[in-house]
Design a protein around this ligand. Sequence first.
Ligand code: NAD
Length: 496
Amino acid sequence: MLEINNFISGKKTPSETKNFVSLYKPTTGEEYARTPVSTPEEFKNIINLMKSAQKNWAETTLMKRSSILFKFKNLIEKNFDELAKIISYEHGKVFSDAKGSLQRGLEVVDFACGIPHLLKGSHSINVGTNVDSFDIRQPLGISAGITPFNFPAMVPMWMFPMSIACGNVFLLKPSEKVPQCSMKLAELFSEAGLPDNVFNIIHGDKSVVDLIIQSPDIASVSFVGSTPVAKYIYSESAKYNKKVQALGGAKNHMVIMEDANLEDAVNGLIGAAFGSAGERCMATSVALPVGKIQKPFMDLLKQKANSIIVGESFDKNSEMGPLITKEHKTKILTYIETGISEGALLELDGRKLSLKGFENGNFVGPTIFNNVTKDMTIYKEEIFGPVLSVVNVENYKQAIDLVNAHEFGNGTSVYTSSGNIARDFTNNVKIGMVGINIPIPVPMAFYSFGGWKNSIFGSNGMHGEEGINFYTRRKTITSKWSGTNIDPSLTMPTIK
Ligand code: NAD
C-alpha cells in the first residue's frame, strides 16, 4: 500500500502518525494509498523550519526568484504528461481534461515569472516641500494554502507560485483525497533551485487545518473548497488576525437568448455542465433557455448529452470520467432522487449507466432535469456532479433576476447576438466572472479569479493583481532629506 509522505526540507518525509485516510481509485474502487493525518508535533517542526528559511528567501533578489520560477516552469513543461497522469489517476478526470487544468495552473507560474515588474512600487517626489512619498510591497512571512479535491494541480498553483514569488514561504495542505500531484510539483520546484523549506507540504484533514488557523506564525490563509468550510476558515482565521481569502461553492447559470446561435450555446453548455463530471466550481449547473427556443434547445441538448462517452480516465475515447469517491456518488444519486420527488422532469437519467469492467467505479452519466423551479433543492444547492437543471423562463428580465437572486455568485454566462443584452448582462449581473458567448469564463492568470456573494469570503481573489495584493503588505513611506528646519508644534502636521 502506497503511503503518502509530507514534503519537508526539499524531500519526501514519512509522517509518524497512526491516523490515515484511505484512498480508492475512482475508476475501480480499489484501495491504492493512504494519506497521513499529520501530528501537531510534525506541524510545529515544519513551522520552525519555515521560520528560519523565510528571512533569506525574502532577501533573495527579484531576478533570482524569477529565474527559479522560470526553471520550475520549464520542468513542469518537461514533466507535463507525467503530472497530468497523476491528476487523472487520483481524481478520475479524463487525461485530456487533466492536461487542460494543468495548463491553466502553469499559466500562473508564467505570470509569477514577471515578479520583478509586478512588485514595482510607486514613488512621488515633492508631495510637500522637499518631501517625497513612496509605497513598497513586502512579503507577509509564512502563508498557508488549503485546497479542494477537484483540481489537484491548478488550485494549489493559483496560490504557491504567487506567494513564493512575493517573498513568502508557503505551507500547502492539499485535499487528503488527491495528495500526490502537489508532491510532484514540490519536487520539481526544489529541482529548479528553490531553497529548502520555502515550499513545504503537510497532509491531513480538519485537525491540520485548525493547526494552521491557530498558528501565530502563519500570516495568511488561502482557502478554496465548499462554502460551509470557506465560511468557517474565514471567521476562524479572522479571530487570529490573519489575512484570509476563502473561495467557496457555486451554482453557475447560463442564459440562452432566442437570438443566440443555438448550436454554439448547446456545445458550450455540454462541456460546461458535464466536463470533469460536473466537479468544477465553474461548471454550469443551471441552464435558462428564454422563450420559444425551449423545445429545440432541450431536443438538441438531450441529443448531444446522450452521445457523451463516459469511460475510464485514460481511454482515449472517454470524454467524461468517474466521480471522486463512492460517498460523493451516493450524494449525487440522492440529489437525483430528490429532484424526482420534488417534481422536476428527468429528461436524461445518468443512474442507468453501467460500464463493463468498471462496475465498482464511481460513474454517473449525464443527467438532465427539465421544468426545475427555484424552490427545488436541486436548484438551490450545489450538487457538484453531472446533473444539469433547466429552468424555463419567459424573458431576459426573469433570467437575470433568477441569477441575481441566487445565494452563489461565482460564474455565469449569456449566449446572445444582441449587443444590448450582452452589455446589460455585463453591467447588471451580480456575479464575479461573466462569459458573453463563452461557457466557462475562467480568467487568465494576469486577471484575478473569484466570485461574489457566498462564493467568496474575504476581499481578495486568486492570482493577477489581487494575488499580489494578497501575498504582500503595503508600506507607505514619507521622507524629507533636506530643507528648512521645522519649529516644534503640537498641531497635526500638514504639508506645505
Ligand atoms: P471541502 O470544503 O470539503 O474541502 C476543501 C479543503 O478543506 C480540503 O483540504 C479539506 O481537507 C478541508 N476541510 C474539509 N472539511 C473541513 C472542515 N470541516 N474544517 C476545516 N477544513 C476542512 O471541498 P472539496 O469537496 O474538496 O471540494 C469541492 C468544493 O470546492 C465545491 O464546493 C467547489 O465548488 C469548491 N471549489 C471552489 C472553487 C472556487 O474557486 N470558488 C474552486 C474549486 C472548488
